[in-house]
Design a protein around this ligand. Structure first.
Ligand code: ZN
Length: 436
């Protein structure tokens, strides 16, 4: 049993002074004024962070970890050049070990930015689960919580390594889910790739599997304008309306991106309680457009944030995504009042937990003891009037003092405590040095 306390703890949407959290077996058991906690738990060891704010760890609800290896290889290209000349080209040659390296790289960077859970949308499956296991191993070695969105992909225009039959995809995804059922740091859910990467039957199978396993399922939706047009031409309806007609627009589905939606589709998402994983930096990097966050918030859609892959961002910080979400809406509406830092923070933490179907992203009894300690003496956190607004709008990674996942300290004072950063750098250089 442990007690962690700080000058300020951000919980239940409020900054609480001199509070603490009780932690046992990787979970938060209590939250109360620290003096009360010490009385109630006399045997518990107390760790006190002074001049610090304790916040829930950030939740990255969408990423493709291997893509971190491709940073800089096709930046400033159009989407199809980027996809064909970087993504498809280099992903052909990646070994299991390379995939592990890419994941160490991505997850290590995330820890340094205060992220405690990542959802890796993984599709280089080779009709098996061994590559996905390499990603999970990297997460466990780094010490980050992982949600493996195991992709179900059958479009024959994509590289063979991505593709499976519906039967293979269902069997493998279900087997991987069951394999890690007892691991508290790993959760596996189905991820039919998109309306262009997965057939209708594959999407139906993914939705059915999610219901059977009682998980969410994730899918890319309407990222580029071309995608919306393509679906309308093929099916006579825009993507969200079409998914609704298929019967898969429900509370288990989390749409990734959803840039090109009309009013009625936003309302349908809200009515069906379908979530959104929003990736503003990636959408900007690839010139996709601006998702209608203000309207979606007003309609009541649960919006979480994601960094997307490392070669379409090219950073790995949810703080950055909170800032970008807010700034993009302000500039789109020419109105600085349309977004609030507190709502951005909820998108980067609590809503991520909801969209992954896990008790994470909040400092509250029954939730995972995943938290980030913010140094209130960091220059980027001055002045101290409103630490939460500073965290969203002005903080730099130097303000991340320590990171705990399931009650274990995995990052402190600029150092990843699990896998040494020089080792990750060495591996990345070795993997990518001969690429042209
Ligand atoms: Zn993606």
């Amino acid at each position: 049993m442990q007690i962690y306390s700080a000058d300020t703890i951000y919980a239940e949407g409020k900054a609480l002074q001199d509070y603490g959290i009780g932690v046992e077996n990787g979970m938060i058991t209590q939250i109360a004024p620290v003096a009360e906690l010490q009385q109630a738990l006399p045997q518990a060891a107390l760790t006190r962070f002074s001049d610090a704010m304790l916040v829930p760890g950030f939740v990255n609800s969408h990423n493709h970890s291997f893509q971190s290896l491709l940073k800089g290889f096709c930046d400033d290209c159009d989407f199809f050049t980027w996809r064909d000349q970087a993504l498809y080209k280099y992903s052909q040659g990646l070994s299991r070990d390379d995939l592990y390296t890419g994941a160490l790289f991505a997850f290590g960077e995330m820890l340094k930015c205060g992220i405690t859970t990542v959802c890796d949308f993984f599709y280089i499956n080779d009709q098996d689960n061994d590559n996905a296991r390499a990603i999970i191993e990297a997460a466990l070695d780094v010490g980050i919580r992982i949600v493996m969105a195991r992709t179900m992909y059958d479009w024959d225009g994509a590289p063979k390594r991505f593709r499976e039959t519906i039967h293979q995809a269902v069997q493998n995804t279900e087997a991987l889910h069951r394999e890690f059922l007892d691991d508290p740091l790993v959760h596996v859910l189905p991820a039919p790739h998109s309306l262009h990467g997965a057939s209708i039957d594959m999407i139906l199978a993914g939705a059915e599997l999610a219901a059977q396993l009682n998980t969410k399922f994730h899918m890319h939706i309407a990222e580029g304008q071309y995608e919306r047009q393509m679906i309308e031409e093929r099916h006579g309806k825009p993507p969200i309306a079409f998914l609704d007609e298929l019967g898969v627009l429900n509370e288990r589905l989390v749409g990734i991106h959803c840039v090109w939606l009309d009013d009625s589709e936003i309302q349908r998402m809200a009515d069906r309680k379908t979530g959104l994983s929003y990736n503003p930096s990636s959408n900007m990097f690839l010139g996709d457009g601006i998702t209608r966050i203000k309207e979606m918030q007003e309609a009541g859609v649960c919006i979480s944030l994601g960094t997307d892959g490392g070669c379409s961002n090219n950073r790995a910080s949810i703080i950055e995504e909170m800032r970008m979400t807010s700034l993009l809406q302000k500039v789109k509406f020419c109105d600085s009042t349309v977004t609030r830092a507190e709502d951005m923070f909820a998108m980067g933490t609590f809503n991520g937990g909801r969209n992954l179907g896990l008790p994470i992203g909040e400092l509250k009894p029954g939730y995972a003891a995943d938290f980030t300690v913010v140094d209130l003496n960091d220059l980027s956190m001055q002045p101290r009037q409103n630490a939460l607004k500073n965290l969203v709008y002005s903080s730099q990674p130097s303000a991340i003092q320590a990171v705990y996942v399931a009650g274990e300290k995995v990052f402190e004072a600029g150092r990843i405590l699990t896998v040494p950063e020089p080792e990750i750098v060495r591996r990345v250089q070795l993997t990518t040095q001969h690429w042209r």
